[in-house]
Design a protein around this ligand. Structure first.
Ligand code: SF4
Length: 340
């Protein structure tokens, strides 16, 4: 049987697990793990007998990197990582200023079924635990030591795995500010309220895509159980409790959700909220369709007129660069490997 991994355990948890060892030992072990050490043997400020005991009881990694692919055009790197029961993907994205963002997965597959997303087409297998999420960060950091930000925008819906997410953040946020961590949800209202009430105080992004309810239900089935009026209520509550701007993400599908009516509905939804709209031209994935037609990217003209329509109505917008496309590592493209 696989030994439990210590990689998803914060200092306080290590203190409990290792009791009655003195507390400073837990901190020493945490620092080694966080530094990316690959074996207990290398923890040379611990007594030899303790290193041996740790090695008998625990492991430092329960996941392993199967493959890494680099996008020569943009510098993004996608890792395919073996976990129990399948393969997940995590991506290192590089922005125009050279800053590196780790995009992490929280589930093996996803049950949400957004029609524009490769992961959604795979279905759901299981939640990842705190160690499996944390280790994605460590694997990426093994390639790029300087990670500026973390986004939970990989495979899965993070707010359906709040336990795993919180566990991972209890480790990652010992060394990274919560201000540099963004959790992206497809709009689960109870999860948003839970984040508002119980934290952690990370940044929140919501994949809105369109604020036309009927269209949204067809593009994002989650909207049936979490309709737009309740989603807005939950965001108002979140902003009241956390006082933070929210990012509304709009995956733009050519000819589907870029009309004047979409711009007007999105403006109405955003009224009263402190938001910025992140426009994401759809990243191509084979065999995804809507209304019997293959999905397509928005044209340049469509994109700029939709953006202009939002800005004319007073919304702040950001156009997301096409990061990670060359390796199928961009938003909505993860999960190209077959689950087994
Ligand atoms: S966009 Fe996110 S929530 Fe929707 S199917 Fe893909 S991974 Fe799941």
């Amino acid at each position: 049987m696989l030994k439990p991994s210590l990689s998803g355990v914060p200092v306080s948890g290590l203190e409990d697990i290792l009791s009655p060892l003195p507390r400073y030992r837990a901190k020493q072990i945490f620092d080694w793990i966080n530094a990316g050490v690959s074996s207990f043997e290398l923890m040379n400020n611990l007594p030899f007998s303790l290193r041996r005991e740790l090695d008998e009881r625990f492991c430092l990694r329960k996941t392993s990197v199967l493959n890494s692919v680099k996008d020569d055009a943009g510098g993004a790197v996608k890792l395919q990582i073996s976990v129990e029961g399948g393969i997940i993907e995590a991506v290192a994205l590089v922005d125009a200023a050279g800053r590196l963002t780790a995009c992490l997965s929280t589930q093996l597959g996803c049950a949400m079924g957004c029609v524009f997303c490769k992961t959604g087409s795979l279905g759901f297998t299981r939640n990842l635990d705190g160690a499996e999420i944390t280790e994605q960060f460590y694997h990426i950091r093994g390639l790029h030591p300087d990670i500026s930000n973390i986004v939970f925008m990989g495979m899965g819906e993070p707010l359906l795995n709040l336990a795993g997410l919180r566990q991972a953040l209890s480790v990652l946020c010992e060394t990274m500010s919560t201000r540099r961590v963004t959790v992206s949800t497809c709009g689960l209202t109870d999860g948003i309220v839970s984040l508002a009430d119980s934290g952690p105080a990370v940044r929140l992004a919501v994949s809105l895509t369109t604020a036309r309810e009927t269209l949204r239900r067809r593009l994002m089935p989650v909207s049936a159980a979490h309709p737009l009026d309740r989603l807005k209520e939950s965001l108002l509550y979140y902003q009241k409790r956390q006082g933070r701007r929210v990012t509304l993400e709009a995956v733009l599908l050519g000819g589907v959700n870029t009309s004047e009516a979409d711009a007007a509905a999105m403006t109405g939804f955003a009224r009263g909220l402190d938001v910025v709209v992140n426009l994401i031209p759809w990243n191509p994935v084979e065999n995804l369709s809507f209304d019997g037609m293959p999905l397509k990217e928005p044209s340049r003209a469509e994109l700029s007129s939709f953006r202009a329509a939002l800005e004319a109505r007073g919304l702040k917008t950001v156009l997301r660069r096409k990061k990670g496309r060359g390796i199928s590592g961009a938003c909505g493209q993860l999960g190209v490997c077959k689950l087994y």
